[in-house]
Design a protein around this ligand. Structure first.
Ligand SMILES: [Cu+2]
Length: 262
């Protein structure tokens, strides 16, 4: 146990160095006290056990991860999926006990939101708020499905358990295109108008940060970046290279945000 703690791992397996060092200090101090008989054996043992318990009970240090997404010139890009996956802990693959839910609506012959970012295991509902029927489907490897022609909220939600990008279309309306980005982590968000994502309460440790947007060609997306999160704010800049597909433009009828229709 002492070796594990000295290696910088807390009892929960996080790379939480401060707590690990603090706990190992008390463990060693307790052992030394017992050896040297400076303290009676039992009180020292009780004190050491209590301190280990405190170390285990208290959560790891957590910090904020602030990621800025820009193009080649550093101009901010909004609506980019940004997610940080812990390196040490096994990523989520199965649905958690408390199932999360999300929704991709259909309004005015468009999927809303256009890009839906969820963690693996989330249940997604596909209501149709239009007066016309839609036939929603995907051929993507991460989730292949088909919701036969419908209006309203007639189909039960679907579970998205595999990480990956799921491209959603409608059999009737070719212009309809939506994207569900399924990520193997709890730490994710879409970039805001300033191209920024602020992930709060991220347990200290090492993470890989990845980004995705249908506006970029796959070759323009940056490679996964490794970052160490500590308490406080950790900042990271990421750039998407190459020409971007135009932003969604309702006025001019440009509903496709992507280069390819997959
Ligand atoms: Cu349709």
């Amino acid at each position: 146990m002492v070796r594990t703690l000295m290696a910088g791992r807390c009892a929960l397996g996080h790379g939480c160095r401060a707590k690990a060092l603090l706990t190992s200090y008390f463990v060693i101090a307790g052992m030394v006290s017992m050896r040297t008989h400076r303290l009676p054996r039992m009180p020292a043992l009780v004190a050491a056990t209590a301190l280990i318990a405190i170390g285990v009970a208290f959560p790891c240090l957590a910090g904020t991860l602030e990621i800025k997404v820009g193009d080649e010139r550093g101009e901010p890009i909004s609506q980019v999926a940004v997610y940080a996956t812990p390196v040490a802990v096994t990523p989520i693959k199965k649905p958690s006990a408390a199932k999360r839910t999300a929704s991709m609506d259909q309004q005015h012959n468009e999927f809303v939101p256009h890009v839906l970012l969820i963690s693996a295991g989330t249940l997604v509902q596909f209501p149709n708020s239009d007066t016309v029927s839609h036939h929603v489907y995907s051929f993507s490897q991460a989730k292949t499905f088909e919701l036969a022609l419908y209006k309203g909220n007639t189909h039960p939600p679907l579970a998205f358990d595999e990480p990956g990008v799921v491209v959603v279309g409608c059999n009737i309306h070719d212009s309809m295109l939506g994207y569900i980005v399924v990520v193997p982590t709890e730490h994710y968000a879409l970039s805001d108008a300033r191209g920024t994502v602020r992930l709060e309460g991220v347990p200290a440790g090492d993470y890989t940060v990845e980004v995705w947007t249908p506006r970029a060609r796959p070759t323009g997306l940056p490679a996964a970046q490794r970052v160490a999160v500590t308490d406080g704010v950790t900042k990271l800049d990421t750039r998407i290279t190459g020409r971007l597909a135009p932003e969604e433009d309702h006025k001019h009828g440009s509903k496709s945000l992507s280069w390819d229709r997959y």
